[in-house]
Design a protein around this ligand. Structure first.
Ligand code: KG4
Ligand code: ZN
Length: 345
């Protein structure tokens, strides 16, 4: 019998716990090898940013085609960098949603082919859950319950983690996601794409107190709204043509960070959690990282902030989440579908 025959494997007894993770939900083609959900042996991310930049955002059809070209070399590089062969692996984990349907299908089809060809279990991973596992890649013990602020290009959520794999959505955005707000404001200011890093760079030479932009719903509830802030930026710049772009970027960033940090701190206090964590691309933002860390220290809470490379989309977080799903639920079937609107919990 083949060493890796699916019928030969109990979900609770993987050997070295080596998982190949594959991520293609948006515009990063990524593959990684991670041992037992925390030890990163390799993490390769091929960004398509240059392909999409001239359009000011991700073009789904271009993303799918690029994933198709990049997937095999990216997986091969991840395996070589990790120094592993297919028969060292315990499973192939892949993002199956949420994301762009065409982009998801490329990674999912590739992962199924590899799992079938190599006789390995396939594990479907929720991209949002993967972001939640990113903080665990470099940290040891995670104190629960934990309140996670998940802020990416497509999502802005406060998630209460009571136990591993148990998520309760405390709040979400009513309109734009935080990353989307960064991207739209950066485009309006002519700062380029993706907007988050561009705004952060411009803000370093700006005054965050120059313009008092609104902090929507900062002191009420746990939902977010960023579209009013975006409109306030546009109106301010149209009325004050002479305003320094760096000051607008810094003041906008300060407003976003303020709202995110205030709500995270209030949600943490109200739910009496032991720790807080940041996840998602916007968690790469330095002022947000610093503010959340200092608020948590003042409140005596554990604070997990992933390394920047594990905030934005990557496959190490997919492999980590895949390991935990494999151990708790066992493998997914090869009929696993791509689910563009997949939710957490
Ligand atoms: O998690 P991610 O890589 O992809 C999604 O799943 O959406 O997040 C991408 C988002 C983009 O909107 C990008 O502008 C934002 O994260 N982002 C940042 C920073 N780096 C990336 N936002 C603020 N500051 C940053 N340094
Ligand atoms: Zn993401």
């Amino acid at each position: 019998m083949n060493d890796h025959d699916q019928t030969d494997r109990s979900p609770t007894t993987p050997t070295r716990g080596l998982i190949l993770g594959i991520e293609t939900s948006c515009d990063e083609t990524a593959a990684a090898v991670v041992a037992r959900g925390s030890d990163v042996l390799s993490s390769v991310v091929s960004s398509q940013v240059d392909l999409h930049a001239r359009f000011g955002g991700v073009v789904p059809e271009i993303a799918s085609r690029a994933h198709l070209e990049l997937l095999v070399p990216v997986v091969a590089q991840a395996m070589v960098e990790a120094g592993v062969a297919s028969n060292d692996l315990d499973a192939v984990a892949v993002t199956h949603g949420p994301g762009l349907i065409g982009a998801l299908l490329v990674g999912l089809s590739g992962a199924k082919g590899l799992a079938l060809g190599w006789g390995l279990p396939l594990v479907g991973v929720n991209h949002l859950e993967a972001h939640l596992y990113a903080a665990q890649l470099e940290h040891g013990e995670v104190l629960l319950p934990q309140m996670v602020l998940l802020v990416s290009g497509g999502h802005t959520q406060l998630v209460l983690v009571d136990a591993p794999g148990e998520y309760l959505l405390i709040g979400g955005t009513l309109d734009d996601a935080a990353g989307e707000a960064f991207d739209k404001v950066a485009r309006f200011l002519g700062l380029g794409y993706p907007g988050g890093p561009a705004i952060e760079a411009a803000a370093t030479s700006g005054d965050p107190t120059a313009i008092d932009f609104p902090r929507a719903m900062a002191n009420s509830g746990f939902d977010f709204s960023f579209s009013g802030l975006k409109t306030a930026v546009i109106n301010h710049v149209r009325r004050h043509r002479e305003v320094a772009t760096d000051d607008v970027a810094a003041s906008f960033q300060a407003a976003v960070v303020d709202v995110l940090a205030l709500k995270l701190a209030r949600a943490a206090a109200e739910h009496a959690v032991a720790g807080v964590a940041l996840a998602g691309g916007v968690a790469a933002n330095s002022p947000l990282r610093e503010r959340v860390a200092s608020d948590a220290a003042r409140a005596g809470l554990q604070c997990l902030v992933p390394g920047r490379e594990y905030c934005t989309d990557n496959a190490a977080m997919v492999a980590a989440a895949g390991w935990y799903r494999l151990v708790s639920d066992g493998p997914s079937g090869l009929e696993l579908p791509a689910v563009p609107g997949l939710r957490l919990g």
